[in-house]
Ligand binder design. Structure first.
Ligand code: GRF
Length: 204
């Protein structure tokens, strides 16, 4: 399935998805890397890998999220995109956009949802004193960080951890988890029962 990765910054999860998709047997083909910021470091990494890139700046649209999304939709259509993987994409999407891409748009979030939705997840996990932390790949629904959970990976919080050490430990798991979860969706193995995800057997 033709997949777009949407980024706003560094793009390390994007790079993990590109690496997985370099295998011809991988069920998602990365057709586009789209950023809402021209200065996203991930854009150069994608271009180096020979992946088509596009920038749709969100800032000029101000609060008109629907107009921003219409400009993104034009790029997505131009590249024949069927699936979207949000990877550090820092804009909240409208209900209309999420409804149009329902079941076909994934996000990775740096916490064990439903704990710590939103921003600053590592600092909040440290402050809460939890002993396990991690990351979640979920389908995107209108509520931010609320969609059906596809996969999670847990890491321990260790004595002496600070935000940077914890973030690095979680990030290593993100890079493992996201390519696996995208492959499940791209190969049609994900069935939804309400908000529960059932994983069907891989095709023979
Ligand atoms: C990751 O921690 C991801 O979970 C979150 O934003 C960060 C993006 O990092 N949504 P990168 O751009 O993929 O390196």
């Amino acid at each position: 399935r033709r997949t777009a990765i949407l980024i706003s910054g560094r793009g390390s999860n994007m790079a993990a998805l590109l690496a997985a998709a370099a295998d011809p047997a991988y069920p998602a083909e990365i057709a586009l890397v789209l950023s809402n910021r021209a200065d996203a470091a991930g854009l150069a990494r994608a271009a180096e890998a020979g992946i088509p890139t596009a920038v749709v700046e969100s800032r000029p649209f101000g609060r008109d999220r629907a107009a921003f999304e219409a400009a993104m939709e034009a790029e997505l259509a131009r590249h024949g995109v069927e699936l979207i993987a949000l990877a550090g994409f820092m804009r909240v999407l409208t209900e209309g956009f999420t409804a149009r891409w329902e079941g076909r748009m994934l996000n990775i979030h740096p916490s064990l949802l439903p704990a710590f939705p939103g921003l600053d997840t590592h600092a909040r996990a440290l402050a809460a004193g939890v002993k396990l932390h991690g990351c979640t790949v979920h389908l995107v629904t209108p509520g931010v960080d609320e969609g059906p959970i596809l996969a999670q990976a847990a890491v321990p919080i260790l004595p002496g951890d600070d935000e940077a050490r914890l973030a690095a430990r979680v990030l290593a798991e993100e890079h493992r988890l996201y390519p696996a979860a995208l492959a499940w969706v791209a190969s049609g193995r994900v069935a939804l029962e309400g908000r529960l995800v059932r994983l069907e057997a891989p095709p023979p």
